[in-house]
Ligand binder design. Sequence first.
Ligand code: ADP
Ligand code: MG
Length: 695
Amino acid sequence: MSHLNQSVSHLAGVGAQTLSRLEKLGIRVIQDLIFHLPIRYEDRTRIYPIGRLSPGMTVLICGKVEFIDILPRARKSLMCRISDNTGFINLKFFHFSANQHNALKPGTLISCFAEVRQGFAGLEMIHPDYRIITNSDAEVIQACLTPVYPLTEGLSQTILRKVVKQALSFWNNEPALLIDWIPPSTLKKYAYPSLSEAIKTLHAPDDSVSVVALQNGSVSALKRLAFEELLAHHLSLQISRNKVKAWQSPVFNAARSKEIAEQFLQTLPFKLTGAQQRVIAEIEADCGLEHPMMRLVQGDVGSGKTIVSAYAALLALVAGYQVAVMAPTELLAEQHSRSFSNWFKGFQTKIVFLTGQLKGNARKAVLQDLADGSAGIVVGTHALFQDSVKFHRLGLVIIDEQHRFGVHQRMALREKGQQGKTRPHQLVMTATPIPRTLAMLQYSDLDISIIDELPPGRKPIVTSVIPADRRSEVIDRIGGWVAKKRQVYWVCTLIEESEVLQCEAAEKTVGYLMSALPKIRISLLHGRMKSKDKDIVMQAFKNHQIDLLVATTVIEVGVDVPNAGLMVIENPERLGLSQLHQLRGRVGRGDNDSYCLLMYQSPLSDTARQRLGILRDSNDGFIIAEKDLELRGPGDVMGTRQTGAIHFKIADLARDADLLDNIQQTSKHIIIHSPEAIQPLCDRWLGGFSDYAEV
Ligand code: ADP
Ligand code: MG
């Protein structure tokens, strides 16, 4: 074992408590510390003249205390004025000790580091990091920028800086321990520094590197490491993709199912769009090979992905295999179960339903049906993949709204349903449009099909952005809409993650709407309801026994009620654009006009206003996702609550997107010429998540 793979507990000052805190940051071995890179820097390399300060700067200054006083306001504070020969600034402390008061006697020379703000009596620093200078001010000047590391609760910058320093010197003693896996030709081509140089620069940038350049990512050391990190992620997916090629899977012969497939399509109340037909052909081709299909179908909300997956299910059934359909929520699973039952009415196939809610004998019966093969299709939630669920002959796994599950979960599912050497085909579907840059890192282990056409007759949803103080107009509009025999969604959002609070808010809204619209049939749908009750409400809404459905964001995915053409979204500023687009996709399903009212709480920040504007101006999920990525960090595009979203150590997709083409090339090069680099690169950058690379 090399030094770098030793536990961090070998370092001085790392006791049990620090050890567990470091673990929370994904730091277990010494190498992890070397790759725990700063998020920003503080510049203490020079002393700034006080007279040239302006608000917003975070700098080091030196000055003599002119006077010090305790201000007897509502909140007692210690105020101290210091000056150099260019100007003065006030320091403020809201927490202070008598010692502090005594030590800062007039005439004392001190250094301070903090952000400069505009105060009532001129510029000020609040709670600066200060030191009393005894000899000369040279003692406070640092040789390089001070790194600021990502922290977790209970861990201080000081501790982290200390342990990182130790890790770096460990490595300094034996530099050969850290191998630079990037091919020299690549380093040369992009003028990247070596690995060791890059790491040293980022942990301790010398005076040739500016803070600004570090922040905007133009420093080549940073570029190089971001490149390496993205490369590691890409490689892990590529490897997983190659691994699949070695697996066996059942062959579904499309030609043999032709007749049945045609009958199947004839029973549908619509004709498939060109895009749907194209994607179906791609699926047929995949399933005709003896290696598993790994295909992602991307299509905007309402583009008709479900029927495409049902067609794939048909291929499996005809070939004598079982199909598992997984949805992220019970509600959606129930809806799919109904759709599939409907579409497969004419077939001798038993369709069963399995979620975590199913218990006792009912559950036993379903498990039995799957194990002995009497059920051909099972629709359910992730409960489908519990160990107790055994299949007789699973041939196809369909995962809907896959973005809700995350990369690692998807990888785990891939191992499921394995029988001897054969594995089921996999079809995953998502309505969350992913910009190409992200797709490369999230989905490059999959083949991608895009349904880029909506069924005919769909009209764009007319979206308006209005302040909540115009609520009464909105209510009038709902009244008029319902009078026309149309239905309405009212979506409540809350910033809290807590479902309890969300439900309370929704209940309040229902009460309010009931008194404002006494003649209208209003019901509530929220995540804490029993699935049977949700089902009853949803079914009633579908049957138009309910006019106005007040819901939390549980209706985000997949729910389909064409007569509901008006949606009010309260506090849309709290949600990501892609999520809003998904929600809005619940309307605009019929061939009537449909509307979405984004009812925001004033005041709205500039960015929030711009974001809602994007949604108002576009109905195209791809454009919305691209613009969202430009306006915010990529984490938001993916939805921060999403499980399995990738967390990068240093790369920032919004900033480093330009690297991706080169990464694809380099990845190919490494797979062919130096495959031995793959596992170490994945270990280095993906940590505990790299297991699935299994090279
Ligand atoms: P999504 O892609 O969002 O999952 P769905 O599969 O739920 O979309 O389809 C949305 C609606 O469009 C459903 O009512 C479905 O039956 C209908 N649909 C699907 N394909 C077509 C088509 N080619 N023509 C007309 N309606 C269609
Ligand atoms: Mg869907």
